[in-house]
Design a protein around this ligand. Structure first.
Ligand code: NAD
Length: 241
């Protein structure tokens, strides 16, 4: 049976489709995921580098980690999974709620992308209100703001709040959709992992695309155990008929 056969007859009912994406959707673009072996960087646990305490303890180390990630991300191209989501805009109203900071959904052409955890190109000051974008690589890290304080990547680290305006809109989109496709996320990080529950309250159909089981797999209406670059083009092809 084809992967999405179960929802084939309902395609014309879906007015608003929300995608919730995580590191796994960019894995086939050559960007490692966080958890498991991939999450190790120079023998450091990537999970432990993503906190404000780790940053203040060794800002140079955390900056070096982000610089390497940024170079890897800039060299990466959207894969067929990102492109399929962008293409779906021709056939339905689509919103992407991503935990990724790599900008690949936008690069693929998606027009409505909410970055829940910030962006690898953005920076902010640890002291003043300055926020900006990295135009060229810093020769010395950590870089300093004009006010003298250290600049940091404008991403959401563990224990930090999501940008409230972005989160509020994400909850609204999740509550309004009639189909939610959850692709490439382990769904272990809150509050992003509550988004499927908002969709469920609206009686939306939930589809998980992930080669591995997640903690919320049992909540899904349909589980596709395959990679996003393989599954999502097939999903979108159903809308073209
Ligand atoms: P994750 O690494 O926890 O999970 C990735 C998921 O993708 C896994 O379930 C895996 O089975 C799946 N996957 C792997 N390859 C796939 C493929 N080709 N197609 C489809 N699925 C595939 O990533 P996450 O869920 O995005 O983590 C949530 C958030 O945790 C991150 O967005 C990030 O904000 C935060 N986090 C950040 C850091 C950091 O910045 N250093 C570190 C750890 C976690």
């Amino acid at each position: 049976m084809k992967m999405f056969e179960l929802i084939k007859d309902k395609i014309s009912d879906f007015e608003k489709i929300v995608f919730v994406t995580g590191a796994g959707i960019s894995q086939e673009s050559g960007i490692p995921t966080f958890r498991g072996e991939d999450g190790l960087w120079r023998n450091y646990d990537a999970m432990k580098l993503a906190t404000i305490d780790a940053f203040y303890e060794d800002p140079k180390l955390v900056w070096e980690w982000y610089n390497e990630r940024r170079q890897n991300i800039f060299a990466a191209e959207p894969n067929p999974g990102h492109k399929a989501i962008a293409e779906l805009e021709k056939y339905a109203k689509v919103v992407v709620l991503t935990q990724n900071i790599d900008g690949l959904h936008q690069k693929a052409g998606s027009s409505q992308v909410l970055e829940l955890h910030g962006s690898i190109v953005k920076i902010k000051c640890t002291g003043c209100d300055f926020i900006g974008e990295i135009k060229t690589e810093f020769t010395e890290v950590p870089p300093l703001c004009k006010c003298g304080n250290i600049l940091r990547p404008d991403v959401v680290w563990f224990g930090e709040q999501l940008p409230q305006d972005v989160w509020k809109n994400a909850m609204i989109h999740a509550s309004e959709c009639d189909l939610m496709v959850i692709a490439g996320t382990s769904l272990v990080v809150t509050p992003a992992n509550t988004l499927p529950l908002y969709a469920k309250q609206n009686n939306a159909i939930l589809i998980e695309v992930n080669p591995q089981e997640t903690e919320m797999s049992s909540e899904m209406d349909l589980v596709v155990r395959n990679t996003s670059a393989i599954s999502l083009p097939e999903f979108v092809s159903m809308f073209k008929k």
